[in-house]
Design a protein around this ligand. Structure first.
Ligand SMILES: *Cc1c(COP(=O)(O)O)cnc(C)c1O
Length: 372
């Protein structure tokens, strides 16, 4: 079946007990034993499994073309479960512009347990040089945050596979509507469900989706169940509900982002626009090859300094100055401020999560804010 159909049906079924068309929310933390002492419906205790989480995980697996999914209370909890599933001493190769929250997690919580190098994973020579006998995982994130750099997924997978190294792709920016990393050979896909999956800036969640069940996945399942960083039945319900419209929302985000990127690119006071859908993007050809659509995120660098970026943000009326992404409302932020003092992000860069407002209104707002 096609993605639009999966999004609507894979996470929902008519409730047998009540004939309710929408699956009810089961808040119960515990489930009654049968007379034989067993659990007739397969549920025991909600940290292990819950009907709403089960529905969400089934939906996520189908959406990414995987065999199983594990959902978490946030994207960072999903990432942390991956790091906790690795043998102590494992070496991880991660991108130099990895999502800062996960980079900080590795540096602050896993130093001394795991080893890691943050490099340009897209540079084949650099990548080869950093592979060690104990390298167990190459982490990629494409398009990257906030520079919208593209990693050639098939190229990294080929290098990793030759050495028996696993590859994980953070697919948060792209969503399965724009990119399907499992089809390109990646072992596990990671998501912050807080972003496009939730889509309305009102819940937090995370997910891992695997292409096969193996020892590594069993360990991840153990971390999920024993660690307990699971989403509530309520959040699972809201995610299933939101994902029904994900394909259409993402189409709208992509359409608006392309038009806003094209508008910004021709604006005199804009130095550079980073959007993989622009032919000026240095990796536009790779993006065209591996993506189904170019996503709803863009960054741009203005001809000016940090102060000018703050002036622009403050003049905007529709774009809300806030971090995060993937909601229906457009957001803009000065990324270097968010990422802290050790960031390499240019100080005159603004990152935009392009929302679903009418593009004419978005461009008009940008126009009045950019005009000095
Ligand atoms: C937001 C985000 C995360 C972290 O997810 P949370 O839900 O905030 O914990 C990870 N990766 C990317 C690319 C993100 O944008």
């Amino acid at each position: 079946m096609k993605t639009e159909t999966i999004a609507i049906h894979a996470g929902n079924h008519v409730d047998e007990a009540t004939r309710a068309v929408i699956q009810p929310i089961i808040m119960s933390t515990t489930f009654e034993r049968g007379e034989d002492g067993g659990f007739p419906a397969g549920y025991i205790y909600s940290r292990s499994a819950n009907p709403n989480r089960h529905a969400l995980e089934h939906l996520l697996a189908k959406l990414e073309g995987g065999v199983e999914a594990a959902s978490f209370s946030s994207g960072n909890a999903a990432g942390m479960s991956v790091f906790q599933s690795l043998e102590p001493g494992t070496h991880i190769i991660a991108p130099d512009d990895m999502y800062h929250g996960l980079r900080n997690q590795l540096k602050n919580l896993f130093a001394g347990i795991l080893t890691f190098d943050f490099i340009d994973v897209n540079d084949t020579d650099v990548l080869q040089q950093h592979i060690k006998p104990e390298t167990g995982l190459i982490w990629i994130e494409t398009p990257s945050n906030p520079l919208l750099k593209i990693t050639d997924i098939k190229k990294v997978v080929a290098i990793a596979k030759a050495k028996g190294i696993k590859v994980l792709c953070d697919n948060t920016f792209a969503t399965p509507i724009c990119q399907r990393p499992l089809d390109l050979g990646v072992d596990i896909v990671m998501h912050s469900a807080t972003k496009y999956f939730g889509g309305h800036s009102d819940l937090m969640g995370g997910a891992l989706i695997t292409g096969e069940t193996n020892d590594w996945w069993t360990k991840i399942r153990q971390v999920q169940e024993m660690g307990g960083a699971i989403p509530s039945p309520m959040d699972c319900y809201y995610l299933v509900r939101s994902i029904k419209t994900l394909p259409y929302r993402v189409k709208g985000h992509v359409q608006n982002a392309q038009l806003l990127a094209e508008y910004l690119e021709q604006y005199p006071n804009v130095e550079q626009v980073m959007y993989p859908g622009l032919s000026s993007h240095p990796q536009h050809e790779i993006a065209k090859d591996q993506m189904l659509a170019f996503g709803g995120m863009l960054s741009f660098i203005i001809k000016g300094d940090e102060n000018d970026t703050h002036n622009i943000i403050n003049k905007l009326k529709l774009f809300i100055k806030a971090t995060s992404l993937g909601g229906v409302e457009s957001l803009i932020e000065h990324r270097a401020t968010v990422e802290g003092p050790d960031t390499k992000t240019p100080r005159n860069l603004l990152r935009v999560s392009v929302g679903l407002e009418h593009i004419d209104d978005l461009i008009a707002d940008m126009e009045q804010a950019l005009t000095l």
